[in-house]
Ligand binder design. Structure first.
Ligand code: PLP
Length: 397
């Protein structure tokens, strides 16, 4: 099975450029730059022989609408290129990407290891659905050596680096080596890096998922997930996703493909602004800690420097302890930072969070309220003005 994109003849090694050419062929499309949106349920066959031939290659080309249309395939090709994997599978959300992989890999009696700092709903899926299926999950400190936790039943190690909300950076290559030595598969939630800042397959990951909802789409208007795998892992995941019946809509795939073209440019701007905010917030008296992988105080900072090409627009802060009304005064009055979940769009966001209920294997040393910020594409001076006024309201309570 050959991937549809031509990995053997890349135009260049520069990934920014490859992102612009992947998954499209204007001359096969009337010269039109972007691939069209194909809507389909029924796909018809001209002859019985053609129908039977399609049965022999179930995961190639159009077959039935649920299996995707050329719009889906164009996005999958481009994301496989971005992540550096064999092939990608589009599913209707980032969470669907995670749950599809875990259901594909695990069966009753199996053991799963999950980094303590994963995205909250990943944890809830393991603790509810997988537990009921007879699959045991243990959480591990993201900085710890996983070797002693691996048992003969361990089939999968699930990592996310940097960790959700608090950004601890994991040594993915070391985890992959330990997992592979025991015959386990490594699944990585690679949403933070958007596929650009970290190359999962170079570090031994078998399956990389992304919530394309975040930076790939980039405009806060689409839910979409992508699963990218090695050649060895592809069929297991593809078969499961196909049988679960979760199909990404073609309009959403089109928007993700469009977002992909400006991903590198947007991400560089998000990074610049986030770094400026990290710097500024570090000097504010109401801020007791800034959590960001670029800071030497971040657990795993050296690994981030070794393995990552940069950072995105996310950062978190811990405030000096103050009553809850102070947090409300700060957040209710923000003018540019909107309060809402998700991230990766063009707009700045801020949400309160508490890591304590969602951490069981690592310690949380701070006592003040925590805020997770997403630096959007606004002018950085305007964002600093908004935050300065907010911290003033916080201090006044
Ligand atoms: C948002 C997010 C997801 C889930 O993606 P949805 O598209 O919202 O389902 C998964 N992992 C991480 C790290 C996320 O931030």
């Amino acid at each position: 099975m050959t991937p549809r994109w031509k990995r053997d003849t890349p135009v260049t090694e520069q990934r920014e450029t490859r992102l612009l050419v992947a998954g499209r062929d204007p001359h096969a499309n009337h010269g039109i730059v972007n691939p069209p949106v194909y809507h389909a349920s029924t796909i018809v066959y001209p002859t019985l022989a053609a129908l039977e031939e399609a049965d022999r290659t179930p995961y190639q080309g159009t077959r039935y609408g649920r299996r995707g249309t050329p719009t889906t395939f164009a996005l999958e090709d481009a994301v496989a290129e971005l992540e550096g994997g064999f092939r990608s599978i589009a599913v209707p959300s980032g969470l669907a990407a995670i749950t599809t992989c875990l259901l594909a890999l695990l069966k009753s009696g199996d053991h799963l290891l999950v980094a303590d700092t994963v995205y909250g709903p990943t944890r809830r899926f393991c603790d509810a659905i997988l537990r009921d299926l007879g699959i045991r999950t243990d959480y591990f400190d993201p900085l710890a050596d996983v070797t002693p936790l691996i048992t003969e039943r361990t089939r999968c190690v699930f990592v996310e680096s940097p960790g959700s909300l608090t950004f601890e950076v994991q040594d993915i290559a070391a985890i992959a080596a330990a997992a592979h030595a025991a015959g386990a598969v490594v699944v990585m939630d690679n949403t933070w890096s958007a596929g650009l800042l970290f190359q999962p397959f170079v570090h031994g990951v078998d399956i990389s998922i992304q919530a394309a909802t975040k930076y790939i789409v980039g405009h806060s208007d689409v839910m979409l997930g992508l699963i990218t795998t090695t050649e060895a892992a592809f069929l297991t995941v593809k078969r499961c996703s196909s049988l679960l019946g979760t199909a990404a809509g073609p309009d959403d795939c089109y928007l993700a493909l469009r977002g992909l073209r400006t991903l590198a440019t947007r991400l560089a701007h998000h990074e610049r602004t986030a770094l400026a905010l990290v710097d500024w917030l570090g000097g504010q008296s109401m801020v007791s800690a800034v959590l960001h992988p670029s800071l030497p105080s971040c657990p795993g900072h050296d690994i981030w420097r070794r393995d990552f090409r940069g950072c995105n627009g996310l950062l978190s802060i811990v405030l000096e302890p103050r009553p809850h009304e102070a947090v409300a005064a700060m957040l209710d009055g923000m003018r540019l930072f909107a309060m809402g979940y998700s991230w990766g769009g063009y707009e700045s966001l801020i949400v309160p969070f508490d890591p304590r209920p969602v951490r069981t294997a690592s310690r949380w040393e701070h006592s003040g309220p925590c805020l997770r910020l997403h630096a959007g594409l606004e002018h950085v001076d305007d964002l600093i003005t908004d935050l300065a006024a907010g911290l003033k309201r916080y201090a006044a309570c």
